[in-house]
Design a protein around this ligand. Structure first.
Ligand code: MN
Length: 399
């Protein structure tokens, strides 16, 4: 993070002593026990350590911010407002709307949908900013969420011959505000802050994109709270390049390269990519922790792949709809033929959901040209519903 964060910073965990931070970092954290701005904190650290170069104080605080030990504190109220600014009477799958504040209370819902109508990170066709509204509109065809006396009713699953998602409460936070500023700026801070607070409260966030770059702040938030995070990535494209060529994410991150910074995050232990098939002029760059499965061959080896995904690891799922075949979903910025069928994707997601998934995003879906064309939104909604059903079945329907 090369840019100094605005607003006041505060430590994200009260007790950092057990985590192997060095003395300089610990005394810097202590300074921020009383929230203060980046600049004030650095100045105070310099004055406390006479003789130390001011660059060292700056580095220490920068690293604390970058690794998520210091987080924006004064922003919470503004974020809550931003998140609820476009609330609708009923949200994804017809579920009730909640403010972030309500969602974070002890009786808040378990699954929280958050829309991000953002496509500043799309390098080609724009339009995925319309994704959240479109998929919400289509989603009730797949599943119409209901509660009785505060208990989620779930739905009957014809293949599983059982009710799924019974007792798992859903709520929709609405869309986050997208500002007028440049890409990767305040919009990303908002995604980070909202998802961070949901992860911290033990909620299961479902981010509705938006172009794929919105996953960077979402995964960063997940990795900060769940160090050792695994990322499960469905996509036609790897979205990754050599980090040395990428530079500053604030300036350069787009939907086509965001995974470079995800993979470089020390809190991310692994990235597994499925469905890749886009042609590139050169052999792709892959850091060691990234494992890519090309095309649909992985479907024959799901048992083997699952054995390579440790059970005790938390995972974040990011699903780019262009991993699906062009004939299944064409309303996406960079469609590629030869992708997964609906059934193939559902089977793979169902198996991978046996791992502990802590949150997910669904990105790159664009609205249909015609207002009454629900086909692709319905397809993606079904897949999302199936995935949620698998995730919460695997958890033993904790509710
Ligand atoms: Mn992508």
């Amino acid at each position: 993070m090369s840019r100094q964060p605005s607003g006041e910073l505060t430590p994200h965990a009260p007790d950092a002593s057990a985590t192997g931070l060095n003395d300089a970092a610990l005394s810097a954290l202590a300074i921020f026990a009383e929230p203060k701005t980046f600049r004030d904190g650095v100045t105070q650290l310099e004055s406390m350590q006479p003789g130390s170069a001011s660059a060292a104080a700056l580095d220490t605080v920068c690293e604390l911010v970058e690794r998520g030990w210091l987080i924006p504190g004064a922003r919470t109220a503004r974020i809550a407002q931003a998140a609820s600014a476009t609330r609708m009477p009923r949200g994804m799958f017809g579920c009730p709307s909640q403010t972030l504040e309500q969602a974070l209370q002890s009786d808040g819902a378990q699954v929280l949908f958050v829309g991000m109508p953002y496509d500043k990170g799309a390098t080609g066709r724009k339009g995925s900013a319309g994704g959240p509204a479109y998929i919400r509109q289509c989603s009730k065809t797949a599943f119409d969420y209901t509660e009785q006396a505060g208990r989620a009713q779930g739905w009957w699953h014809p293949f599983g011959q059982r009710r799924v998602l019974e007792g798992v409460r859903f709520a929709d936070l609405g869309d986050l505000v997208v500002g007028e500023g440049p890409r990767n700026d305040d919009d990303f801070d908002r995604i980070y802050d909202v998802l961070y607070s949901l992860f911290q409260a033990g909620r299961f966030p479902v981010l509705l994109g938006g172009d794929h770059s919105v996953s960077l702040p979402a995964i960063t938030a997940a990795a900060t709270l769940h160090p050792g995070l695994g990322v499960i990535h469905f996509d036609a494209h790897g979205d990754i390049g050599a980090l040395d060529d990428m530079g500053d994410w604030r300036r350069n991150c787009s939907h086509g390269n965001f995974m470079s910074w995800v993979a470089a995050n020390p809190n991310v232990a692994s990235v597994h990519q499925f469905g890749l098939r886009h042609l590139t002029p050169d052999a792709p760059h892959r850091p060691d922790k990234v494992c890519s499965y090309w095309g649909d061959g992985f479907l024959d080896h799901l048992d083997f792949i699952l054995d390579t995904l440790p059970r005790d690891r938390p995972y974040y799922l990011t699903f780019d709809v262009d991993c699906l075949d062009l004939a299944v979903v064409a309303q996406t910025g960079t469609p590629v033929p030869g992708g997964l069928s609906y059934k193939e994707a559902a089977r793979a997601l169902g198996r991978l959901a046996s791992r502990r998934i802590v949150g997910m995003d669904w990105v790159e879906l664009m609205p249909a040209a015609s207002a009454d064309d629900y086909r692709e939104g319905t397809t993606v909604s079904y897949l999302m519903f199936e995935t949620l059903a698998s995730v919460f079945s695997a958890r033993g329907a904790e509710a």
